[in-house]
Design a protein around this ligand. Structure first.
Ligand SMILES: [Zn+2]
Length: 292
């Protein structure tokens, strides 16, 4: 069991840190009376998460507890009594981040983050990037449950206050970038199934919708050889839409390059960024699923 000495309080306020204290002793105390976070109980949240992530909620018993360190840390995942995978939480902290984030999503996020630590088998041992991995999993699940990218970022901002990385605890902006990336991954899944949802990039520690309709300059069609060409810049790994490209001339039937959007390009992604005017080839486009 890892047993660390006291950290400065702000360190624990990088909540969901999950390690650093031994909370198993709290199992010998009565649980905190009336401590369930209001508006959705921890048990309800765990059940909802279990449906999304596919686990038995009984595998991760919850314990609301009053403890000075837990009050600052907020939530913690810890293995107790050899193989019991507990999630400890301070109900006041959880309620406070709900108010700060102005929705229940921060509450869902911190419990999902702790479940992810158990999934990743790292609640008791420090692993590189374990906080980012837990944030990433939480963001994937919550996006599937309907959280917007703004909901995810508000959740991070509700409980992470360290602006700089501390040990393996990423900075607030690193965690914001992580949840935006996870949200984009789910969006790309949806878009491959035919939806048309926006992707986001990180600008000043916040999500900004990535607009691919920005045409930098009209391509000089007269200089293009027959084939399918980019009408606008197509970002790396982005799925190619019909209005991203234009067909020039009449390529030979036996051409060794894509000749038609519907036949050759639909459902494919750019291997790397394709510049406006570039011809699409079998080298610069490929199957999206192979580009993870
Ligand atoms: Zn954590």
């Amino acid at each position: 069991m890892l047993q660390f000495t006291k950290y400065a309080p702000w360190f624990f306020l990088a909540a969901g840190v999950c390690v650093g204290q031994d909370y198993c002793g709290l199992l010998n105390q009565p649980s905190a009376p009336g401590a369930n976070p209001r508006s959705a109980t921890a048990e309800e949240i765990l059940v909802r998460l279990s449906r999304e992530a596919g686990f038995n909620p009984k595998s991760y018993p919850l314990r609301d507890a009053r403890d000075p360190d837990l009050k600052l840390q907020g939530t913690a995942a810890q293995t107790c009594n050899v193989n019991q995978r507990w999630i400890f939480y301070d109900a006041d902290f959880v309620e406070q981040i709900r108010i700060k984030g102005d929705s229940d999503w921060p509450k869902y996020f911190v419990f999902a983050h702790e479940v992810a630590h158990h999934f990743n088998n790292d609640p008791d041992f420090h692993q590189p990037n374990q906080e980012k991995l837990a944030d990433h999993a939480a963001a994937l699940w919550l996006t599937h449950m309907g959280a917007s990218v703004q909901d995810l970022v508000r959740a991070i901002n509700a409980f992470v206050i360290n602006e700089k990385r501390v040990g393996e605890y990423p900075s607030r902006c690193e965690r914001v970038a992580e949840v935006i990336q996870a949200h984009n991954e789910v969006t790309q899944e949806y878009n491959r199934m035919g939806l048309d949802r926006p992707l986001y990039e990180v600008r000043n520690c916040a999500p900004m919708e990535w607009t691919r309709s920005v045409v930098v300059a009209p391509p000089d069609v007269s200089q293009m050889s027959p084939g399918v060409h980019a009408r606008r810049r197509i970002e790396a790994k982005a799925q190619i839409a019909a209005d991203d490209v234009m067909k020039i001339g009449t390529p030979a039937a036996n051409a060794k390059f894509p000749v038609d959007f519907d036949h050759d390009v639909a459902g494919m992604c750019a291997v790397s960024a394709i510049t406006i005017g570039d011809q699409l080839t079998w080298d610069n486009i490929g199957v999206c699923a192979l580009m993870k």
